[in-house]
Ligand binder design. Structure first.
Ligand SMILES: Cc1ncc(C[n+]2csc(CCOP(=O)(O)OP(=O)(O)O)c2C)c(N)n1
Length: 574
């Protein structure tokens, strides 16, 4: 057996009698259903790559760990399986933190495996040494170090299991270089068998609560449901769709659940959430917390019957009292309630037509009000017009990713993804820079889909260089930039508070012709200055991506003096 703490160049033993830590990691990842790792190389982690080669696990290497981390998160969102990020020690880990933290606040199941200096050099000041386990602990569900080669695979399984315990989320595992490189007899290694180390997470809570909820639903005259990201992440969306349609319930979607119902569905609502929160007699909140995006629950009428279903026990009733709370799997719970209702003589669905009509009329009125902005042909281009054109452009097979401040907030007013999983956003951490990693992940997970990322110019500048990674791995995408040469979402509040002179400080960017960036990488680029040129440019970009296999950039110059309503009343801070 080699002592790889000192002999890092000793040729790998391929006899099959021994196995190294990196190979055990790869075996355990394979058992978890991981088919791809997202990474940026470093001497501490290369044995994992060698293991992945043996196990047939695809290695997607990036130019920045933050992007790799967002991609691992995005891959989990898109596949419903464990995402896996592998980074080297020290800066490899710290660069990835924003991606891991984004997954933490978005409840996305990803395993981050990080390198560390050799155990034999513990606390001696080895290259890139940092206390990773401590650093990562507050932004993961589980953070631990692997202390022996024999346990490397076992600990991967343990960390992966934690990612799916309750509300999903990330885990971190630090593996010292010598632990990873050391070769041990195969017989001494612990490798949990697939399917034998997990309980089902499809729990429905107390069956009596299912009956109670069934009662509440059949008796409700004005029910509404808000379906959140957990429902998509746990793939409970079909159960939600079946319930909503059969019971005739007004359905609102947020986060990853957007696209679950298409805009054309009669139960789809999105502009009347506030009204529904005020006028419903029964409101079901499923898989989304009462956080700032929900005004901490304050916008919901006090005396309606409020039911909260969540994967996490500790999210139920947080910030807002509820009448009934159920912790468990959203899809399993909704299916169980639906089944319980099927036995009832009258499920109450017919009596709700008037309520749905009332909401529909309000939806239409709200859309009517926005139409002049959506169709504005002003110059410089109104950001609402971009949002409208993007929505017109989307197909059932387009995954829409939003990465930016104001322009992206505005886009949510018009863009309605046309299928489940076709919406990706950073979630509660509000991290700019998710777009490029998400786009690559979405492309790798869905080779048959078109990927479009709408960026602010500030956001595009943060992580765009990994567009080269997208091109290198054959997953080109359409990048659309709402370019206002500023960090507008922040700028608005600064101008309002400090006036024009002091308000334009620290938020202005240069005028960058980003189309040239796509061209530099061998792709198609366009600069768009007129509203009527948006759609033709998008269509040309679609064609160019198909024919060239390279990402395209449509750089749309938008009016820097137009802002989203949420930015104007600073909803995010209330
Ligand atoms: C990583 C990160 N840094 C800073 C912020 C604060 N922030 C929120 S919106 C915004 C401006 C974003 O500018 P851009 O992407 O160009 O979109 P715009 O608001 O101009 O439409 C900033 C800096 C953030 N959310 N995330």
């Amino acid at each position: 057996m080699s002592d790889t703490a000192t002999d890092t160049l000793k040729e790998k033993d391929r006899s099959g009698e021994v196995v190294s830590g990196g190979h055990l990691v790869a075996k355990a990842l394979k058992n978890e259903g991981v088919d791809t790792i997202f990474t940026l190389c470093g001497g501490h982690i290369i044995d994992i790559y060698d293991g992945c080669v043996d196990e047939g696990i695809r290695i997607v290497d990036f130019r920045h760990e933050q992007v790799a981390a967002h991609a691992a998160d995005g891959y989990a969102r898109q596949t419903g399986k464990l995402g896996c990020l592998v980074t080297t020690a020290g800066p490899g880990c710290t660069n990835a933190m924003t991606g891991v933290a984004t997954a933490f606040r978005s409840e996305s199941p990803m395993l981050h495996i990080g390198g560390q200096g050799a155990l034999t050099q513990h606390k001696m000041g080895s290259l890139q040494d940092l206390p990773h386990v401590d650093i990562m602990a507050p932004i993961t569900k589980f953070s631990a170090g692997v202390r022996s080669t024999e346990r490397a695979g076992d600990m991967v399984s343990m960390a992966a299991r934690e990612c799916f315990a309750g509300a999903y989320g990330p885990s971190y595992l630090e593996i010292p270089r010598d632990v990873l490189d050391r070769e041990v007899p195969l017989s001494s290694a612990v490798i949990p068998e697939p399917g034998k180390y997990r309980a089902s997470v499809k729990s429905i809570g107390d069956p009596a609560d299912i009956e109670r909820l069934a009662d509440l639903i059949v008796k409700a005259e004005r029910p509404a449901i808000l379906v959140g990201s957990q429902v998509w992440m746990s793939r409970g969306h079909q159960a939600a769709i079946d319930l909503v349609k059969d019971l005739n319930i007004a359905c609102y979607m947020n986060g990853g659940a957007r696209g679950m119902l298409p805009q054309t569905d009669s139960h789809y609502y999105n502009r009347t959430r506030r009204l529904a929160f005020q006028k419903a007699d029964l409101l079901l909140i499923v898989g989304t917390p009462f956080d700032f995006r929900m005004g901490y629950g304050k916008r919901i009428r006090e005396d309606l019957t409020l039911v909260q279903i969540d994967q996490s026990y500790s999210t139920v009733g947080k910030n807002r009292d509820v009448d009934l709370g159920i912790a468990g799997d959203p899809g399993a719970i909704l299916s169980a309630v639906h089944a319980a209702i099927k036995g009832r003589v009258d499920n109450g669905s017919k009596g709700r037509d008037g309520w749905l009509k009332e909401l529909r009329a309000a939806e239409e009125a709200a859309t009517e009000k926005l139409m002049p902005l959506f169709l504005s042909d002003q110059s410089p281009i109104h950001p609402y017009r971009v949002a409208w054109e993007l929505n017109e452009f989307l197909t059932e097979k387009t995954v829409y990713i939003g990465d930016g401040g104001d322009v992206v907030t505005i886009s949510a007013q018009a863009v309605a993804p046309k299928g489940p999983g076709n919406w990706m956003d950073p979630g509660a951490l509000g991290s700019l820079g998710v777009g490029t990693g998400f786009a690559i992940a979405a492309g790798l997970a869905n080779p048959e889909k078109e990927i479009l990322c709408y960026y602010g110019d500030g956001s595009f500048g943060m992580t765009a260089f990994d567009m080269e990674t997208a091109n290198r791995f054959g997953v080109p995408y359409i990048a659309v930039i709402g370019n206002n040469s500023s960090m507008n979402q922040i700028r608005y509040g600064q101008i309002a508070k400090y006036g024009d002179q002091r308000g334009n400080v620290g938020n202005k960017l240069g005028d960058v012709p980003f189309s040239k960036f796509a061209e530099m990488l061998g792709g198609h680029g366009e600069e768009v200055h007129e509203a009527n040129q948006i759609q033709p440019a998008l269509l040309r970009a679609r064609e160019a991506v198909k024919t060239s296999g390279k990402s395209a950039v449509v750089n749309i110059w938008v009016d820097p003096n137009e802002y989203a309503p949420g930015t104007k009343n600073q909803t995010m801070y209330k």
